[in-house]
Design a protein around this ligand. Structure first.
Ligand SMILES: NC(=O)c1ccc[n+]([C@@H]2O[C@H](COP(=O)([O-])OP(=O)(O)OC[C@H]3O[C@@H](n4cnc5c(N)ncnc54)[C@H](OP(=O)(O)O)[C@@H]3O)[C@@H](O)[C@H]2O)c1
Length: 359
C-alpha cells in the first residue's frame, strides 16, 4: 500500500479519506492505484465487498486486502464504514462505489445529503429510474460532489465535455455512438466468416464480455449510459423512454447462465441474415446508441456505410459523436478504450483527486 497506508504511526491526516465499496475487477484495480504516489493524498479508511468489510488500518494496508475480504472481515455495516470516515479527521470524505448494486446506488443521494462526496462507477442511480436521477440532482450542491466519470466511456472525457459545453451555453442537438466495449469488439470483428456465437465465446474468454454475456447483448447497459448522457444534456427521460433492441432472443432470456451458454448457437442465424443484408448493400453492422433533437432515444443494431465514423472503430473502442449548437457542421467525436479495469479505476481516482482542496 502507499506510504500513507503502510505507516501506522500517528501522522497528520491526509486531506482525503475514502471508503471503497466493491473490491471486484474495478475495485481491485483501484486498490493497486492507491498504492502509487499519485494517491499519496488519500487515506483508505474502509473497504467492503458484498459480505465483508474492513476498517482496521493494519489490515487495510495489506497488499492482499481484496483476497482477504473474500474469506474474512467484519460483517457488512455501512454505519461502521461511515464512522471510520468521521474518525479520520480528514477535511474531505468520500465514498467510492465500485459495485453494480442497485440498492447501494439508491443510497447515493442520502450519502451526499450527509455531506459525503460520492465517486461512482455504478450507473444504477443516474442511469436508472427518473425519480432517482431527480433525487440525485436535489442532493447535489452545498459543497458535495458526485464523481461520475467512470459511469460512461470508462473515464473517456465525455460527461466532463458535455458539462463544459453546457456551462458555455452550448446545447446538445444529437448524440450517436458505440457505448459498449464488448459490443464494439463483437461487431468490429464480425464479418460473417465464422458464427457470431464462436466470436462471442472467444470475447468472453478474453474477458471482453460480462460472465453472462446477456448483460451486454441485452443493450440495457448501453441504454443506461444513453440515459445518463441525455439527462446531463437536459432531456429528462424516463428509463422506459429508451427504445432498446435486445440481441438476446426471447427463448434465451429466462435461462440461467450455463443454460444460455449451451444455446449460444441460436444467436447465429438471425445475425448472419442481418449481416448478409447489410453486406449486400455495402454496409456494416454496429450496435449504436442514438438520441435525436426531440429527445427520442434508441439503442440497437444499425447498418452503417463504411464512411460512417462507427464503421472505423478498432478493438473495444467506444465512440461518442456530439452534435451541438456550435459543433453543428461536424460532430465533436470522443473515441478510445471505453472499458477495462485500469482505465475505469483511473477515472475513479481522478474524480477523488479532484476533490482535493485547491491551495
Ligand atoms: N469492468 C469494467 O471494465 C467496467 C468499466 C466501466 C464501469 N464498470 C462498472 O464498475 C462497476 C464494478 O464493475 P466490476 O467489473 O468491478 O464488477 P465485479 O467484478 O462484479 O465487482 C463488483 C464488486 O461489488 C461488490 N459488491 C456488490 N454488492 C455490494 C455491496 N452491497 N456492498 C459492497 N460491495 C458490494 C462485489 O462483492 P463480492 O465480491 O462479494 O461479490 C464485488 O466485489 C459496475 O457498476 C460496472 O458496470 C466496469
Amino acid at each position: 500500500m502507499s506510504a500513507v497506508l503502510a505507516d501506522c504511526r500517528p501522522q497528520a491526516a491526509p486531506p482525503i479519506a475514502v471508503v471503497l465499496l466493491g473490491t471486484g475487477v474495478v475495485g481491485g484495480a483501484l486498490l493497486k492505484l492507491l498504492d502509487t504516489p499519485a494517491a499519496s493524498s488519500l487515506r483508505l479508511v474502509g473497504a467492503a465487498n458484498s459480505r465483508h468489510q474492513q476498517t482496521d488500518p493494519r489490515r487495510l494496508a495489506q497488499r492482499n486486502l481484496r483476497e482477504q475480504l473474500r474469506g474474512e472481515g467484519d460483517a457488512r455495516d455501512d454505519a461502521a464504514l461511515f464512522a471510520a470516515l468521521e474518525a479520520s479527521g480528514a477535511p474531505v470524505r468520500a465514498i467510492i462505489d465500485a459495485t453494480a448494486s442497485a440498492s447501494l446506488a439508491q443510497r447515493h443521494a442520502q450519502w451526499l445529503a450527509q455531506g459525503y462526496h460520492v465517486i461512482t462507477a455504478n450507473k444504477a442511480l443516474a442511469g436508472g429510474a427518473l425519480d432517482g436521477w431527480r433525487a440525485l440532482q436535489a442532493a447535489l450542491g452545498d459543497g458535495v460532489r458526485y464523481g461520475d466519470a467512470a459511469t460512461v466511456g470508462a473515464g473517456l472525457p465525455v460527461l466532463s465535455t458535455l458539462r463544459r459545453l453546457r456551462r458555455c451555453g452550448d446545447s446538445l442537438l444529437t448524440l450517436e455512438g458505440v457505448f459498449s466495449g464488448s459490443l464494439s469488439y463483437l461487431f468490429n470483428q464480425y464479418d460473417g466468416s465464422r458464427p457470431f456465437s464462436a466470436l462471442l465465446a472467444q470475447a468472453r474468454e478474453l474477458g471482453y464480455t460480462e460472465p453472462d454475456p446477456r448483460s451486454d447483448l441485452s443493450g440495457e447497459d448501453v441504454a443506461r449510459k444513453l440515459l445518463i448522457l441525455a439527462r446531463h444534456a437536459g432531456f429528462a427521460l424516463g428509463s422506459d423512454e429508451v427504445e432498446v433492441e435486445s440481441l438476446v432472443p426471447p427463448a434465451l432470456r429466462e435461462l440461467d447462465t450455463a443454460g444460455f451458454l449451451e444455446r449460444l448457437a441460436e444467436l447465429d442465424a438471425p445475425l448472419a441474415e442481418r449481416h448478409a443484408q447489410a453486406r449486400a448493400r455495402g454496409n456494416v453492422l454496429r450496435f449504436l446508441a442514438r438520441l435525436n433533437q426531440r429527445g427520442r432515444a434508441r439503442v440497437g443494431l444499425v447498418e452503417v456505410p463504411p464512411t460512417h465514423p462507427a464503421a472505423r472503430l478498432y478493438g473495444t473502442d467506444n465512440q461518442f459523436a456530439l452534435t451541438t449548437t456550435r459543433y453543428n457542421t461536424q460532430p465533436l467525436v470522443i473515441q478510445g478504450p471505453g472499458a477495462g479495469p485500469e482505465v475505469t479505476a483511473q477515472a475513479l481516482l481522478g474524480d477523488v483527486l479532484a476533490l482535493a482542496p485547491q491551495g
